[in-house]
Design a protein around this ligand. Sequence first.
Ligand SMILES: *Cc1c(COP(=O)(O)O)cnc(C)c1O
Length: 519
Amino acid sequence: MSSKYYWDTNVILDILLKREPFYDKVSELYKLFKVQNNLNIYISSSQLHNIHFIVQRENSKNKIDPAITKKLIDTFLKKCDIVKTPAYIDSSNELAITDIEDYLIELSARTLKNSKIITRDKKFLQQSNLTITVDEAISEIEEQEEKNISFLNLEQVNLPHRIEIEKGIDRVLTSGWYLQGNEVNAFEKEYAKFIGTNYCIGVANGLDALRLIFRAYTELGQIQEGDEIIVPANTYIASILSISDNNLKPVLVEPDINTYNIDPSKVEDKITSRTKGIMIVHLYGQNAMHPEIERLVVKYNLKLIEDNAQAQGCYYGKKRTGCIGHAAGHSFYPGKNLGALGDAGAVTTNDKQLANTIRAIANYGSSKKYINDYKGLNSRLDEIQAAVLRPKLSELDEDNNRRAEIARFYTENIINPNIILPVTKDFFQPSNPLSHVWHIYPIRCKQRDKLQQYLADNGIQTLIHYPVPPHKQNAYKEWNNQHWPITEKIHEEILSLPISPVMKLEEEHKITEIINHYE
Ligand SMILES: *Cc1c(COP(=O)(O)O)cnc(C)c1O
């Protein structure tokens, strides 16, 4: 993983004041940062004061117009990522005693993973193991070749949102109000608007979102214990857990081998007089809705539940997934397309009665304090998580577009007869850009484990979504001797390539090239 480079104030001043004899070397360093768009200059907020003060003082001595000085500083700072300076100061720390300015920079640098501080201050170089010289930085950056590509680097994913996340967390901390407050309220409104439903209820996680939907239908008498719910056999187990948790019967349906989503042509055969609903799962980020499902929902008067845990932002026609059924469960697990800093989830629906019931059940069964209408549970979205999700939601379409670009690159450039790419002919049409939001880029290979080892040997981390199908899990012993050949084939062959909004161009190129050399 590449380093994050803080610049000590003296190095910044060398640039801004063109200080000799350092200017040449430092401008060489600066050039590297300008040409490599993945390289950012990090500074600690504690440095700002000195940078402004010294540059203004020196330039005014040299009779430089203050407006020009201001522009010089502003232009430089635009290239910088300013990181907070923590308040947890240990005044007995050796560096704090010798040089409080350096200590504060180091303290700030330690709030990011893999950070280094570029300085030419000899004492600082001696006293901190994070510091490196300008020369060392130049050669490190020039030689730097990404060795390993991790499947998903969540620190990196959250880094562009760091300032807004900090603001949000500070707001919550300051408010003194940590549950059911302004942040959750605002997020629910913003998310409902984004998805296109009238109601959104923030809950503790994605599994709860789904199980609360069934629980509420049960409380409302619209579904009875023992009723059947159709669900894809090829899904993450949580989809199915939400059904069995409510003493309903999950009825498995095989996926389409091309989409990995529920095969619409196999659903009608499974419908009985006890069938009350269909759960579609927009697996891997791909819209699973289909006109045939629409037809069946109407014909048999079924509830259509969407598991939208992997597909925030995805479209079905002009609508987003999450507003095409009667209710949808969303997960904001950190690794999802819209991820919190812990567990979080939501239900979206246009059904007011359902929304009110879910809200009450998730709050001890109560909609009025100390009055309990249901034997409820406690499953609420925290203020802190809502405050983190809000700024990330406003960037979600952009993030998903970046994912789609990477997916398109893989699809157009991975050419290897041993590898089956996702069938994506529609997804890259301008008219239909986000009917897949690429939570995962799944490829298939007959000798999947061998391919995974080969990629690992070449420094590329991949994951399997998922290695064991739900019907082969101990949790569902009653299904263990059932045979779902398409589901099993997918589980045996599938492999997820790295994909994320912060993935670098070099990385997608390297992965593609290495896969193309696989035999
Ligand atoms: C992640 C996920 C869930 C569960 O969400 P959590 O927030 O982890 O409880 C449910 N269904 C699918 C398809 C998922 O990927």
